[in-house]
Design a protein around this ligand. Structure first.
Ligand SMILES: Nc1ncnc2c1ncn2[C@@H]1O[C@H](COP(=O)(O)OP(=O)(O)O)[C@@H](O)[C@H]1O
Ligand SMILES: O=P(O)(O)OC[C@H]1O[C@](O)(COP(=O)(O)O)[C@@H](O)[C@@H]1O
Ligand SMILES: [Mg+2]
Length: 326
């Protein structure tokens, strides 16, 4: 049987916060303790790793956080960690504190950082946590479901105003270079059009969708635009206004409201499963991997694949959004 030489693990959150990080930390801590490990919380992501902001976590320290958005360990983006000197300092701090292995909850950038540490001999397991759902190797990241529900609530409300005033609303969703949130939200709110970075949408197509919705007698027109799209929501609105189509035009940039809030049941459960599996992977010697959701299973996905392969957006869902918007 494989005998682990891991006695103390560190857990940290990094990059943009996402709802479900807290349940993920809780699961890592409690699964670690259940397996006889010491668990050290690292505050402020890689920034805290570089400054040795470490605190030992017991079972009670992670009580009452399941339902809280954000991350009680806090998170950060760190330029210094990207440098070889920064990474050397991080490894020295881990060694000094007797931390044998790391669980990192974060997005693509954080997992790239985890890969760098793994390449230098640190046992690492990554947990995908980002509202963007832009990570290769997992069907879903922690936080996506909650963000999507927030977007849907917002669009439902905007639709009330859009129909009451006969307006076209351009709603900008987050996601960096990934249109996942926009497409899913477009389908489930019945948006007239979805614009994403992954597929080219000529402006004329957007204008035609707005014009046709007006001519068909629709009271409103909702266009969901991913933040990374070639023409952003504000630019599209300006161009549409110039065309003097039937609807008045307004823009709503949803922004950081999409990142906060209490995690949905789905996100809590996914985060919990990922956390438990992360500890299991570390103890069975499966390191340099990410916990990935593959259908119903949680599987180890090599970080080398995670960071080198782009996640593709389903063309089928784009077509579905377009077909159903009539
Ligand atoms: N190529 C990289 N090499 C090493 N560390 C990285 C790299 N990219 C990102 N990181 C670290 O991960 C942090 C979070 O990454 P970021 O892309 O901002 O968020 P996320 O992990 O949510 O995608 C960065 O601030 C940096 O410290
Ligand atoms: O909060 P910030 O630093 O302004 O960053 C905004 C970015 O963070 C996100 O909300 C989340 O991205 P990450 O998970 O990569 O951190 C993106 O959707 C958005 O582009
Ligand atoms: Mg990211």
């Amino acid at each position: 049987m494989f005998r682990s030489n891991i006695h103390t693990i560190g857990v940290m959150t990094s990059g943009g916060d996402s709802p479900g990080m807290n349940p993920g930390i809780r699961a890592v801590v409690r699964a670690g303790l259940a397996n006889g490990l010491r668990v050290i919380g690292i505050e402020d992501g890689y920034e805290g790793l570089l400054n040795a902001r470490f605190k030992e976590l017991g079972a009670r320290d992670v009580g009452g956080i399941l339902q809280r958005g954000g991350t009680f360990l806090r998170t950060a983006r760190s330029m210094e960690f990207k440098t070889p000197e920064g990474q050397r300092k991080a490894i020295r701090n881990l060694n000094n504190a007797g931390i044998d292995a790391l669980v990192i909850l974060g997005g693509d950038g954080s997992l790239t950082g985890g890969m760098a540490l793994a390449a230098q001999g640190v046992p690492v397991v990554g947990i995908p946590a980002s509202i963007d759902n832009d990570i290769f190797g997992t069907d879903m990241c922690i936080g996506v479901d909650t963000a999507l529900n927030t977007i849907v609530d917002a669009i439902n409300k905007l639709r009330d105003t859009a129909s009451s005033h006969n307006r076209a609303f351009l709603v900008e969703t987050m996601g960096r270079h990934c249109g996942y949130l926009a497409v899913q939200a477009g389908i489930i709110t019945g948006a007239e059009m979805v614009v994403v970075p992954e597929f080219e949408t000529p402006f004329e197509e957007v204008a035609t969708a707005v014009d046709e919705a007006y001519k068909r007698g629709k009271l409103h027109c909702i266009i969901v635009v991913a933040e990374g799209a070639k023409l952003n929501a504000t630019e599209l609105a300006q161009k549409l206004e110039e065309m003097k189509l039937g609807f008045d035009t307004r823009v709503t940039v949803l922004g950081h409201v999409q990142r906060g809030g209490k995690p949905t049941a789905f996100d809590r459960f996914l985060a919990t499963r990922f956390g438990v599996k992360a500890v299991e992977f570390l103890l069975s010697g499966q390191t340099g991997v990410m916990t990935g959701l593959d259908g119903r299973e949680i599987v180890p996905v090599p970080l080398s694949q995670v960071v080198s392969r782009p996640r593709t957006l389903s063309e089928e869902y784009m077509k579905m959004a377009r077909m159903l918007a009539r």
